[in-house]
Each structure stands twice: as C-alpha cells, then as structure tokens.
Design a protein around this ligand. Structure first.
Ligand code: SF4
Length: 359
C-alpha cells in the first residue's frame, strides 16, 4: 500500500526557532530521520513541508537531497536493500494553522489550508487519502540520533515520563538567548541561570498556546508532566521559552497573544473565530480598567467553551494564556477589575460584525 512521510517544517509557533537552526546546520540529519521512518513503515515517498518564511533554506535542503541521491542514500535499492525512497520539498504559504497536520495535508493537496474533522487521523487516511506519518523536524532528527547511538543511551537521560533531551528556543529578557539542548528534568531555575536571566516575572513556555510559569516556579522541572497545565496535563511542546522581566506590562504581553490568535484563526468554526475576538475585546476592557470582576471570571467559562467546541488545536488552546494568567496573577487582575460597568455583549458583537466585514 502507498504510504507517505511528511516532515513538518512549518515552524510557526511564536518564539520557536530550533527547527530553523536544525535545517540550516544539519539538514542531513533531518533527511536521515525521514529515510529511517520511511523504512520503518514501508513508505517510499517523503515530503518536507517548509514554511514560507524559511524559503531561504530551500536551496540548502535541495542540495542536501541531491547529495543523498549521489551517495545512494536516496533513490532505488538504498544501501543494497529492496527499499526505494524519494524526498521533495513543498512550500507552505505562511499560515500558522498549516502547522496542524491535517491543515498541512490539505495545503499540500492544493486546497485551502484548514484542519480536517478528525474522522480519520493521517496515519489512517492522510495525504491523498493514504496512510501518512507527519512528524516535525526535531522529532525526525532525534529518531536519526537514536538509530545512531542506540535507544539505551537516549532513554537513560531525562525523567521517567520524558526521556532524552529537548531543544529549547530561549528568547526575551536574558543575556544569552538562543537554542539550548537540555536534558529533560532540568529545573526552570537552572535553565534561567544557563541563559543569564536574572529578573524574571513571566515565562511563556511552548508558544502562545502553551503554559505560563513565574518566578515562583523556579524549582519546577522541565518535563512533559511538569510543563502541563490543568487543561493539557502532558505537554512536550515545541520548546519555546519567552522570558519577560518585571518591567514588562503583562497586559501588553497578553494583548499581543490575543491579537495573534484573532489574526491566525482560520475562521472555519465559530467558537474560535468569534470567541477569540470577543475575548480580545474583554482583555482590552480589563487593560483599560473597565471590566467587572464578573467579566474577568467569565473569561474562564469562555475558555472552556473554546476548548470543548473548537475544531482544532488552535482554537482549543488559544485561551490557555489568558485563563492561566488570571490564575497566576490574581492581584494584577483584581487591581483592574471594577464592581460595576457590565460588559455589553451586543456592542461587542456589533464590533465583531464590523471586524468581519472589514477583514
Ligand atoms: S479552531 Fe480555529 S483554526 Fe481551528 S478550524 Fe476552527 S477556526 Fe480554524
């Protein structure tokens, strides 16, 4: 049966740049991971779905693919085995939602890049309705390293629930931003020492849809379980770490995140399309000191609605940041809340209709 391997190089999560470095510095490792995956599942065709903003890396990848053909690691009868494997590059067009695997596949098929309803997962019916394995660049590179060094070395590192190492893309208010390969289980405090962050108020882990840590969490370890929150109890995530110091206005940060989700919602389903806009409006009121305590609490209910009813991960996780921020910084929200002046939902909806007309 025809099967496919797709390397998801649509690295669009804000704050994440490890895949860019992996592709730029060791494109062969990514190809090795794809070939290994193809051999393991019996696929003979692989695609690298490269985000539009990484077009400058296309030539390097294609030159490396050609080199692999020249030395017999791609093509027919690889290493004398009855195994054929080809790889080509497909360009994305710059939509955040196409990092979601089914939206990515739709985009590759020449359709609008929107997530599929999960009647079938890609491993059952993916690209062109055939079984398809979609993994990101780091996963495939790690697979190649495990093949090279053996699983025992890998599984001895890390914690029980998160074995091995993880790449972190660290940015923001620290002296040494960049890519760090850490062993799962390092504490947040150790990580901050490594990158030279000495004034930390707010840390956004795993992108805008990830989870928040504060200066009170320095003893927490970095692992799938420890990075989880009550909505997503286990997060390995993209490994981005955005550090904000005490001089940053947390409401500016949250507004930035909110605007991102409003812009990147693909618009297919109402909870995400309208919900993110309305949450943005409420956030604006909170920022301006115009919201009631009741409204602030209501955001948590709206967050649950988005989590339960959105079609894909973008909508489901798009309110994590604000709901978590309310829990993590209760005093800050309390200072901005009022007893009166209720939120006018119909006025906000009218604004929303205007927004839809104009965008
Ligand atoms: S949750 Fe958002 S991004 Fe996902 S399908 Fe619905 S509108 Fe599109």
């Amino acid at each position: 049966m025809q099967k496919y391997i797709i390397c998801n190089a649509d690295e669009g999560e804000p704050g994440t740049f490890k895949d860019r470095v992996l592709i730029n510095q060791m494109p062969g490792l990514m190809l090795e991971g794809m070939i290994t995956a193809g051999y393991a599942i019996g696929a003979n065709k692989g695609f690298i779905y490269l985000r539009a903003e990484y077009r400058f890396l296309k030539k390097k990848i294609e030159d490396t693919i050609q080199h692999f053909y020249d030395i017999g690691l791609l093509g027919e009868n690889i290493l004398g085995k009855s195994f054929d494997f080809d790889i080509s590059v497909v360009m994305g067009a710059g939509a955040y939602v196409c990092g979601e695997e089914t939206a990515l596949i739709e985009s590759m098929e020449g359709k609008r890049g929107g997530p599929r309803t999960k009647v079938y997962f890609p491993v059952e019916r993916g690209y062109l309705d055939k079984p398809t394995l979609v993994n990101n660049v780091e996963t495939l590179c790690v697979a190649a390293r495990i093949m090279e060094f053996g699983s025992e070395i890998f599984s001895k590192k890390g914690t029980e629930d998160s074995q091995g190492t993880k790449l972190l893309s660290i940015s923001g208010d620290c002296k040494k931003p960049g890519i760090y390969e850490i062993e799962w289980g390092m504490t947040i405090g150790e990580m901050l020492d490594l990158c030279g962050a000495d004034d930390v108020n707010y840390i956004q882990f795993n992108g805008f849809a990830g989870t928040i840590r504060t200066k009170d969490d320095l003893q927490h370890i970095i692992s799938g379980v420890e990075m989880g929150n009550k909505y997503n109890p286990y997060i390995r995530g993209g490994g981005s770490v955005m550090i904000f110091n005490s001089k940053r206005d947390i409401f500016d940060i949250l507004t930035n995140f909110s605007n991102f989700f409003i812009a990147e919602s693909c618009g297919l389903c109402t909870p995400c399309r309208a919900g993110n806009y309305l949450i943005g409006k409420r956030l604006e009121r909170i920022k301006n000191g115009e919201a009631t305590y009741e409204e602030i609490e209501e955001i948590k209910t709206w967050g649950k609605v988005l989590r339960d009813t959105s079609r894909c991960g973008l909508g489901k996780t798009s309110t994590n940041f604000i709901v978590e921020a309310i829990d993590k910084f209760p005093e800050l929200f309390k200072q901005r809340g009022l007893e009166e002046k209720k939120f006018d939902l119909s006025a906000a909806l009218n604004d929303y209709y205007d927004y839809v007309k104009n965008n």
